[in-house]
Design a binder for this molecule. Structure first.
Ligand code: PEP
Ligand code: MG
Length: 592
């Protein structure tokens, strides 16, 4: 009987998956150490031949992937495989593997694992960030070659034999691109964050995902290991006992019933028992997400993260292509508002071309609006042109990310005026009736919210980054995840201050970070007078249920009490008590 092991991660996409795992080969994948097989010396040459065959097959596979990506997408992303191809052809690495096999009389898999482990270690320790990034490429290539040697299918994500939970360090674009979506049960990832590529994809596919899972989980995992993945609480259970599986099956059924009940409530108003309404909107990353937006009954889009159009594509997206996407999105939303955020590249959302000139601290570097204004103004103007042109087809709100001072807002307004004039002169149809707003996601912007509010039509609090920058922690770094405290009094104070500044200046204020999707904070945000909560579509139902069970005076009393608290824990406990009182079924679901 195998021992049941439980691990804590961060649940980034709700749902429960029960099944067998697939440790993914390739990508920044975990490389599972193969068994050390000792051979008779005369068998060594055969193993070297097997290794060479695996390398040639991998080279062909990468060439094909490069061509495939190059033809599907026009931004030259096939080039991301150039580094991989260089590694496959590396003569020094081959000679190390051959020496290892001959010296130790071991099988090719073990020898190659040991050699690539050494390369990854050396590259990971280099201070130059560009070279350090190459460790990831070596992992990707090593995973692929190892998969070949072990006789696993080349692109396992495209050829899943049956439904599997994908277990990996993280996934690369090539893997996610090749995913057989009908056969994936969920994702358990060692790396990543709520905003990582895979987390976002998992949410839009409606699959449970847990990221930031402790590394130790990966020891001893085999192809067929059974696992339970709880995307609500972020729990991962390896080798679950029959009883645990039974309990989780029941929970999965309950969750299924709960979500279908919520779906039936999708047309009910999002207002409190005493009649205070708040707008519920959706966060989306692509036009494909509109089906989910309609299904959950969100009133429009509160955040369209346009950088996902650019990830894997490069910074310069053609104006016409952008125009078509924005127009379709606006048309699909009718009169409902659509907040389209200009490119928020940088930080954890880097592009391949940026790794050529890496910054020491990308989260504090040329990110978001800074990149648009300082290094990438042409692309920014192109995006604004596409937005203003599409704006004639719906209710457009343009929003800029990462603002930290009034000057940035003024500069963008002046560019917007310029672009409008340019379109008028060129006699190109465009809107003049759009709203212009900013994200409040740096402490500086929150402290200046009153001044900023005088210049814009709306503000939307990006709590993900506001927490990161207020607490001075990298939001994707699992080592400091304990300090990722949305309920920290400093964060609460900045949010409350922002809301007050919006009220004073008669503009609307929203929240579009993850706090808007967490039912524990709904009462507090309502009491602050937030007008719009924008979130991942799966959260709209639960949040609507909480609002409909809430009385504003109770929420206000809760806010007053929390503003007196000194720690995140005190605030969270009070918020949790309130949630358990008014919507215990939602509280249960978020801590299943
Ligand atoms: C945020 O920071 O809260 C936000 C919504 O933006 P993103 O998560 O895309 O950085
Ligand atoms: Mg942000």
């Amino acid at each position: 009987m195998l021992e049941e092991r439980r691990y804590a991660g961060v649940g980034v996409s709700p749902g429960i998956a029960i099944g067998r795992i697939l440790p993914v080969s390739g990508g920044s994948d975990l490389l599972v150490e193969p068994e050390k097989v000792v051979l008779a010396p005369e068998q060594c040459e055969k193993e070297i031949g097997r290794f060479d065959e695996a390398v040639s097959a991998t080279k062909l596979e990468l060439d094909a992937l490069k061509k495939q990506l190059g033809s599907q997408l026009s931004g030259g992303e096939g080039r991301i495989f150039d580094a991989h191809l260089m590694i496959v052809g590396d003569v020094a690495m081959r000679s190390d593997v051959v020496d290892f096999i001959r010296k130790n009389n071991t099988g090719a898999s073990y020898a190659f694992f040991k050699v690539s482990e050494k390369y990854i270690k050396v590259l990971s320790g280099i201070s130059d960030e560009y070279l350090r990034e190459r460790a990831m490429d070596v992992r990707d290539v090593a995973g692929r070659i190892l998969g070949r040697l072990e006789g696993l299918p080349a692109n396992k994500l495209a050829l899943l034999p049956d439904q599997r939970i994908i277990v990996a360090h993280d996934l690369t674009p090539s893997e996610t691109a090749g995913l057989d979506r009908t056969r994936v049960l969920g994702f358990a990832l060692e790396g990543g964050s709520r905003t990582s590529h895979t987390a976002i994809l998992a949410r839009s596919m409606g699959l449970p995902a847990v990221v930031g899972v402790e590394g130790e989980i990966f020891t001893g995992l085999k192809y067929d290991t059974r696992m339970i993945l709880d995307g609500f609480s972020g729990t991962v259970i390896v080798n679950p006992s029959r009883r645990t599986e039974e309990a989780y099956r029941l929970k999965a059924q309950e969750a299924g019933r709960f979500f279908s009940d919520l779906e039936r409530e999708k047309d009910l108003g999002s207002e409190t028992l005493d009649g205070f309404a708040v707008q519920l909107a959706a966060n989306i990353e692509s036009l494909d997400d509109m089906a989910e937006v309609n299904k959950c009954g969100a009133a429009g889009v509160g955040l369209f993260r346009t950088e996902f159009l650019a990830l894997g594509r490069g910074l310069t997206l053609p104006e016409e292509e952008q125009f078509n996407i924005y127009r379709s999105l606006l048309v699909a939303n009718g009169n409902h508002p659509v907040v389209i955020r200009t490119l928020d590249i940088g930080g954890d959302k880097g592009l391949p071309e940026m790794t050529r000139n890496p910054e020491a601290n990308p989260f504090l570097g040329l990110r978001g609006i800074r990149l648009s204004l300082r290094a990438n103004q042409e692309a920014f103007r192109t995006q604004l042109r596409a937005l203003l042109r599409a704006g004639s087809f719906g209710n457009l709100k343009i929003m800029i990310p990462m603002v930290c001072c009034v000057e940035e807002v003024l500069e963008v307004k002046s560019i917007l005026a310029d672009v409008e004039q340019e379109l008028t002169e060129e006699k190109i149809d465009h809107t003049t009736r759009y709203a212009f707003g900013v994200m409040i996601e740096t402490p500086a912007a929150a402290l200046q919210a009153d001044r900023i509010a005088q210049l814009v039509d709306f503000m939307s609090i990006g709590s993900n980054d506001l927490v990161q920058y207020t607490m001075s922690i990298d939001r994707g770094n699992e080592k400091v995840a304990y300090l990722y405290q949305p309920a920290n009094p400093a964060v609460m104070e900045l949010m409350n201050r922002t809301a007050k500044a919006a009220h004073k200046n008669n503009i609307w204020v929203g929240v579009c970070g993850q706090m808007a999707a967490d039912p524990h904070y709904t009462a507090l945000l309502m009491a602050m007078g937030i007008h719009e909560l924008s979130m991942v579509t799966t959260a709209v139902g639960p949040i609507r249920r909480v609002i409909r069970n809430l009385r504003m005076h109770e929420a206000e009393a809760l806010l007053a009490e929390t503003l007196e608290c000194s720690t995140a824990e005190e605030i969270w406990n009070l918020a949790n008590q309130m949630l358990r009182k008014i919507a215990p079924e939602v509280a249960e679901m978020s801590s299943l």
